[in-house]
Design a protein. Structure first.
Lengths: 292, 260, 310
């Protein structure tokens, strides 16, 4: 029982990191109907920004943290301007967006390899490694912070989408961008906001990932799993992305714990295939139909 | 005359919306039937049901007295029912000739291997397909445009090409979805004569959805009127045009007519 | 710059070309994008290695002739693709993409974990059977097969599926079957390419068949121009040779690659050939189209001015 709960806690911890990454995918998908594969690269940069903020610039954690997130916000918007906006303007089919996103992802990953170098970096210890004891259970301090900050950021995001004017514009755009524009909504601003939000959260996720594991240029590959989590929860749905991520984190941890760690990465793909076969729109995704 | 197509109590529901409500009518063999009604009356939905794109919620569709409900669209096309689309769905990036040639594929049955190895059977049948495509284009006066990319055809000719493509499948029943949309009175008249000629020369039956009343009244031997998914009238052009319900559906009550 | 060096580049380009041609059928002619074809290459490579590697090497193979490796590797990839197709071909556009991505990565992960095939460390000691001549012959066969397929009713049906799937169905085309045929053939091509690859490098590792490799293949197809065989040939040559020549700038190679991808998508997504062929009939077709367009414009203008005079 104790082991079960412990695994649950571990699963929640990694799940909350996935959730921060996954909402970025869902946000962009909900408006622009394509999977932004460059998101992984942005997350990776977040890890690096935070790392250099702490080690090179010797900033206090909170400052480095925020700086990294604003950095990734800018990168995300930059990628949108360069790689997607021109395609939007010429009404390119969504698959071209995916290819462009792949290009951006390859570009970012290898830019880091070429400039900073491929060696793994380790974050300096910011929080003491001694876990908080809750009876027989051990909760890492870092894990607790990750969980809390994730929960707060995601709640804020969902509040923003639900209650603010700009948030409602984003919701409207997620159903029909053209109609939105005709209603006088500045769709360019909406798109920028969406990428900015996703980018900001990517930064947070990147820093946390770097702190929990290590920093290396191929972090983008791990984010494929968060993408699967977004599909699992339903592409285009934010609560879905969170739900899918938490579930994936928990399932992964249990599989690694009770079966074998070799299957850890594979289980994500098994889930993906199961989702696509049984219910492609995921747990909470939106269903669209084409008029014949 | 036997009915080539018979629909009975056909119903289609999308969630809470009933798009087609217990509609029944038939298309006599060799006849031209019109399907009219205000926008949203369910006409295109019926086309989609007949061609197998949608599955009916209930009711029957019989083609030559055999049920075609549940069949895949390509099988239904193979059996002899083809259609055109309201918002023209040509193979836009292909040439006019290729659009028709592609649709001729049912007239050939060479195998994969014969195609790859360019065996004699392949060559002979390909030649026949090309000749067929040319002939169809020539009959419909589109041969001069054969190398033009379909997307570059003038609108009216695009509609005509879609009809040619449908004819390439050797259909027995042709479904035309608003073929006169966007045409001026001259073009509409040309189209009317074309439809009758096609029916006569190719020995088809035709079911037409249209809003252009002159085409419907001028060409259709029998008319079915829909409104809000239900059939509200059926009969000859004369009968239907005098039907009070039909008039109300189109022109509204006297108050709305005053505004129109 | 000696002949062996150039030969090496050409051989690598020739190997890539086989995979690219297969993918061209799926993406360029049938309109389905895949991010998992490196997975089919991997299947071909590993099955091929297993068939031809000597029973005394580690990992051990069956020591059978090269031709059996080619057939076996290609067939294995084809069979796997059939099952993947059954599951994923009914999905809408971008979900199909995601499925192929998932399968491609899953295949790589499986090979990473199967120690019988060398696991993550890979399979060294694959016999060096890929010669310049065999690759050249394979390329010629691959191109002819594809060219003949495309100019037949089967090929035209695939193109129709790419253009307007709904209209294709109404035109009596079994869309699912066309897509499946296209997928299986593309997988067989990728598998065969994988076999040649394994027997050229004499060493294979799962990470050689990554998402990046799958993306590279798709990018070459787009670069050459969707729907153009000659485009794919040119694309494979240029995009394989260029990075090799730039190997001095190895570290920056992929950086420029990524930037180039974005640039292509943003400025000329139609690719090099834009759907046309560099053959006599292809050129004839292109001139015929241009003439037809010019004539049509002239006729319209004449009609217009005629009407104005009324």
């Amino acid at each position: 029982m104790v082991q079960f709960l412990q695994q649950l806690i571990n699963g929640l911890s990694i799940g909350s990191v996935y959730a921060l990454m996954a909402v970025g995918y869902s946000l962009v998908y909900s408006i622009m109907n394509f999977s932004n594969f460059a998101h992984g690269g942005v997350i990776m940069l977040g890890a690096y920004f935070g790392f250099f903020g702490l080690t090179l610039l010797k900033l206090p954690f909170a400052v480095a943290f925020l700086l990294a997130s604003f950095g990734t916000l800018l990168v995300a918007i930059f990628v949108e301007r360069i790689a997607y906006k021109p395609l939007r303007e010429r009404k390119a089919p969504f698959l071209y967006f995916i290819i462009s996103a792949m290009g951006a992802s390859i570009l970012l990953e290898n830019l880091v390899i070429a400039t900073i170098g491929p060696t793994f970096r380790t974050y300096p210890e910011v929080f003491p490694k001694t876990p908080i004891e809750l009876g027989p259970l051990a909760i890492g301090r870092l894990d607790l912070i990750i969980f809390v900050i994730s929960a707060v950021s995601l709640s804020f995001l969902i509040f923003f989408i639900d209650k603010t004017k700009l948030g409602k514009a984003i919701q409207a755009a997620s159903y029909n961008v053209k109609a939105c524009a005709l209603m006088g909504v500045n769709t360019d601003k909406v798109i920028l906001t969406v990428f900015g939000l996703g980018g900001f959260l990517a930064g947070i996720a990147g820093v946390f990932f770097g702190m929990k594991y290590t920093v290396y240029p191929q972090i983008g590959n791990i984010t494929t799993k968060s993408f699967i989590a977004a599909v699992f929860g339903g592409l285009g749905s934010l609560p879905g992305a969170v739900l899918g991520s938490v579930l994936l984190g928990i399932i992964e941890t249990f599989v690694a714990g009770y079966l074998s760690s070799q299957f850890r990465d594979l289980i994500a793909f098994v889930i993906l295939i199961a989702v696509l076969v049984l219910r492609p729109t995921g747990i909470m995704g939106k269903v669209t139909e084409d008029k014949a | 005359m036997a009915a080539i197509l018979q629909i009975r109590d056909l119903t289609k529901q999308f969630g809470g919306l009933t798009a087609v409500d217990a509609v029944s009518f038939g298309v006599p063999e060799g006849g031209i039937v019109g399907l009219i009604g205000p926008n949203g009356a369910g006409k295109t939905t019926i086309f989609n049901l007949i061609t197998g794109i949608y599955k009916p919620t209930s009711g029957s569709i019989e083609y030559r007295s055999k049920s075609i409900v549940g069949l895949q669209p390509f099988r239904i096309a193979d059996m002899g029912i083809t259609r055109t689309f309201q918002n023209i769905r040509l193979f836009k990036n292909l040439s006019v000739f290729d659009n028709v040639l592609t649709a001729c594929h049912l007239s050939a049955n060479y195998s994969f291997a014969e195609a790859i190895l360019r065996l004699p059977r392949f060559r002979a049948q390909e030649k026949r397909l090309m000749a067929k495509a040319e002939e169809l284009l020539s009959i419909m006066n589109l041969l001069d445009y054969r190398d033009l990319i379909a997307n570059n055809l003038p609108y009216g000719l695009q509609r005509r090409l879609e009809i040619v493509r449908a004819l390439a499948l050797d259909p027995s029943l042709l479904l035309l979805d608003e073929p006169a949309a966007g045409m001026n009175p001259d073009e509409t008249e040309q189209l009317m004569r074309l439809i009758v000629r096609i029916r006569d020369d190719f020995g088809l039956s035709v079911l037409v959805i249209e809003h252009h009343m002159d085409l419907i009244m001028g060409v259709c031997e029998h008319i079915v009127v829909l409104n809000f998914g239900e059939k509200i009238a059926e009969g000859s052009a004369d009968e239907v045009s005098k039907n009070a319900q039909v008039i109300e559906a189109y022109l509204g009550t006297s108050e709305e007519a005053a505004d129109a | 710059m000696d002949w062996t060096y150039i030969q090496g580049i050409l051989m690598l380009a020739g190997i890539n070309l086989i995979a690219v041609l297969g993918l061209s059928l799926l993406t360029g002619f049938t309109g389905l994008f895949s991010f998992g074809h490196a997975g089919f290459m991997a299947i071909g490579a590993y099955v091929g290695a297993w068939i031809s590697a000597s029973p005394t090497s580690t990992p051990a193979g069956m020591g059978l002739p090269f031709i059996l490796a080619i057939v076996g590797g290609g067939a294995a990839a084809g069979v796997v693709s059939y099952f993947i197709g059954r599951i994923s071909l009914n999905l809408k556009g971008d979900y199909f993409c995601i499925a192929t991505l998932g399968f491609g990565e899953a295949i790589r992960l499986i090979f990473n974990n199967v120690n019988r095939f060398g696991g993550a460390r890979g399979w060294p000691g694959v016999p060096s059977n890929s010669t310049f001549l065999t690759i050249l012959i394979a390329d010629v066969v691959a191109v002819l097969f594809l060219a003949n397929l495309v100019k037949s009713r089967h090929g035209r049906n695939m193109i129709a599926v790419r253009e307007e799937e709904l209209a294709a169905q109404i035109a009596g085309i079994d869309v699912f079957r066309s897509k499946m045929t296209s997928l299986v053939i593309s997988a067989v091509y990728a598998g065969v390419a994988g076999v040649f690859f394994a027997h050229y490098m004499t060493f294979i590792q799962p990470k050689m068949f990554s998402l990046t490799k799958s993306t590279e293949l798709t990018i070459i197809v787009i670069f050459g121009g969707l729907g153009s065989i000659s485009g794919s040939v040119l694309g494979a040559l240029v995009l394989t040779a260029l990075p090799e020549i730039l190997r001095a700038f190895e570290i920056w190679r992929l950086v420029f690659y990524g930037a180039a991808v974005i640039l292509i998508m943003v400025s000329r997504p139609k690719g090099l050939m834009g759907g046309l062929e560099l053959t006599p009939s292809g050129i004839r077709k292109w001139t015929a189209e241009r003439n037809a367009l010019r004539q049509a414009k002239a006729t319209l203008l004449a009609e217009d001015s005629g009407r104005k005079e009324d």
